[in-house]
Design a protein around this ligand. Structure first.
Ligand code: FPP
Length: 273
């Protein structure tokens, strides 16, 4: 056990040394996947995976804060998760409420702003009430923002934004030509939140599962086979280091080392026209 701890510390130090502290992503989004499989592999009920998932989330919030990453957005319950067995859905809803009640004072002490993103309508009043009071309590906190997506679906979010814009247009508040990325963005549930630079998905699935469809347009994607309950600080550091190795071009190209060569080729094309 001691040897394991020592090895973990060593790996941690190695990775920390590789990290470029000046290029920490400001906003990281996470699809925390694999809770159920983790538990099933251990012969445990799936709910054990969700419980372990909560402690991993607490650890990753701490690590992100220490790295000076400012925003974490996590996918806790999708609009499609309602199709799970009733008992699991009920367990998850109770877990959100229990965790929030238990952790909110520490979250506030740590100056973390908490925000829930998604349609809260179908949730029980007791959960809605603790969500509202937690958001109100922490709304001026500046150290770090935790966005928790619950009953969230990217397509549903886009449809709702489109409807609001259609109403504004049909009532003459805006012209169709006013609709641009900025205006559309302002009608999304995430308005005011910068797009994530990095998306991490655990458990090896290579899809985005209706998560932040608009906002992830230019995010770097990091997929690890590690299941969420096994995700650690080391895995998070690996994701950030991998992100730092990416060349983000946003549809453009790197600056040209042979600009005159490119220019002369384009001029020869126009001469031949
Ligand atoms: C995906 O694993 C995980 C979820 C649907 C739930 C995630 C929720 C938590 C980690 C709790 C967060 C708590 C708060 C208060 C925000 P899965 O169940 O789909 O796993 P599987 O793909 O192996 O079946």
């Amino acid at each position: 056990m001691r040897l394991n701890n020592l090895q973990t510390k060593k790996e941690n130090i190695n990775l920390s040394n590789k990290l470029d502290k000046e290029r920490i992503p400001e906003h990281v989004a996470i699809i925390m996947d694999g809770n159920g499989r983790w538990a099933t592999k251990k012969g445990l009920p799936r709910s054990f995976g969700h419980n372990k998932g909560v402690s991993v989330l607490k650890e990753i919030i701490k690590v992100s804060k220490n790295l000076d990453c400012k925003v974490l957005t996590v996918y806790a319950f999708s609009t499609e998760n309602w199709t799970r067995p009733f008992k699991e859905v009920d367990f998850l809803i109770n877990l959100f409420e229990k965790v929030l009640k238990k952790e909110i004072s520490e979250i506030h002490q740590e100056s973390i702003k908490i925000k829930f993103i998604g349609d809260l309508t179908p949730f029980p009043n007791s959960l809605k009430s603790i969500i509202n009071s937690s958001e109100a309590l922490t709304k001026n906190n500046k150290n770090f923002t935790l966005n928790i997506c619950v009953n969230y679906g990217g397509r549903q979010e886009i449809i709702k934004a489109a409807r609001k814009i259609a109403i504004k247009s049909s009532t003459g508040k805006i012209k169709p030509s006013d609709i641009d990325e900025q205006l559309f963005n302002s009608e999304l549930l995430t308005h005011g939140i910068k797009d994530p630079e990095l998306l991490i998905r655990t458990s090896g699935e290579k899809r985005i599962s209706n998560f932040l469809l608009w906002q992830l347009a230019y995010s770097e994607i990091y997929i690890t086979d590690v299941l969420w309950p096994d995700f650690t600080e080391i895995e998070f550091l690996k994701a950030i280091i991998d992100y730092q190795s990416r060349n983000r071009r946003f549809g453009g190209i790197e600056s040209l080392s042979n600009e005159s060569f490119e220019d002369s080729y384009y001029s020869s094309l126009s001469k031949n026209d």
